[in-house]
Ligand binder design. Structure first.
Ligand code: SF4
Ligand SMILES: [Zn+2]
Length: 92
């Protein structure tokens, strides 16, 4: 998703630009430390949302842009992503 966003918005033709590379790195770090573990909800639906505000806005911009555009390219992945977006955290 970040790759698609970067390619279209930042001219990141083959590699991610510095900003998007940093965002991807940060998102990976967040996942590693996610308090929900295997019951992790989709970050977009997470009640705590552990991202720093600036990066939270960046990842939301990526999702808003890339989410709808992934469907025609990767129908199976897009369907899986839609299902995943409906997941709420465990216990809610
Ligand atoms: S936003 Fe929520 S689900 Fe995503 S990594 Fe942070 S705590 Fe986990
Ligand atoms: Zn970029």
């Amino acid at each position: 998703m970040i790759r698609l966003y970067c390619r279209d918005r930042h001219d990141g033709a083959s590699d991610l630009c510095g900003e998007c590379a940093a965002l991807l790195d940060y998102a990976r770090q967040r996942l590693v430390h996610c308090r929900y573990g295997v019951d992790k909800p989709t970050c977009a639906r997470c009640p705590v949302h552990c991202y720093k505000p600036v990066l939270r806005e960046q990842i939301r911009a990526v999702m808003r842009y890339s989410g709808p555009r992934m469907a025609p390219r990767h129908p199976v992945l897009a369907a899986a992503h839609l299902l995943d977006r409906r997941r709420a955290p465990a216990g809610e």
